[in-house]
Design a protein around this ligand. Sequence first.
Ligand code: SAM
Length: 278
Amino acid sequence: MMLCVSLRFSPQSPLTCLSYSMETLPKVFDVLRMGLGGSLRSRRGGTSVGYLRSARNYAGLAFSQKIGQRTSPLSGLEDELLGYISGNKKATEVAHSIWKCIVQKGDTVVDATCGNGHDTLALLKMVGDGSGRGSVYGMDIQNCALESTSTLIKESIDPNEVKLVKLFNLCHSSMEEIVPKGTLVRLVAFNLGYLPGGDKSIITLPEKTLHALDAARRLLGPEGLISIMVYVGHPGGREEYAAVQAFGSQLPGEEWVCCKFEMVNKLTAPVLFLLFRK
Ligand SMILES: C[S@@+](CC[C@H](N)C(=O)[O-])C[C@H]1O[C@@H](n2cnc3c(N)ncnc32)[C@H](O)[C@@H]1O
């Protein structure tokens, strides 16, 4: 079986296409692991550790397993990345693992498309530490989606943590209206397209998404991440993909690292864009 994946960092950086057979997979993963390291930083445990290293460093450079006293933050991500490139893990699982490396207890995060609440719940678990710190601002234009999200959270989380989530029936282009002024947001998550199990004609639209991405850019603090899952298999999905690609491409490389996870031989697979503010 052959699998093909492309990874691109900023617009000026080389596009890395990985095509491999199952036998060469361990080698491919070593290369990927070396490429991931550099600009994305985790401050867990008070230490800054690089994640996304420039693609040109792929060849030959050993990825530092230890920075200071800390083991590589890729531990934990490895399973998901290997699972993704071997076709066994979904892009959403990769996204959640990356979020866990970025988000810290007590952070403020935004779920720009609550849907059935799976992302909201994952984010809540990342920010909550039982002390009442941390906030998740969630929004959706459909009430039924907010009801599903609310139900899922109430069923899954300690009642004391539930109040860390604030849900709004709102277009994500207006997210700045609900996040208190001056709050530095660590992560804004977009999971575009239609509500699974819902009305497939209600989808996210490129123009609103672009406004929302711009709002997310203004809200995001340093070492924060905008994560965008784009579904390209439904009508309008490709246009939205192009809009997100264009948005990420114009962010200045001095301040942003923009990359994507994309299957190149499975054209309807979702694409994960990651826009990291240095
Ligand atoms: C793919 S679903 C999200 C899945 C969700 N994150 C989850 O974990 O289940 C996309 C959602 O975006 C919502 N949506 C569409 N346009 C929107 C907009 N302008 N602002 C906010 N949400 C929107 C849809 O109603 C739908 O529920």
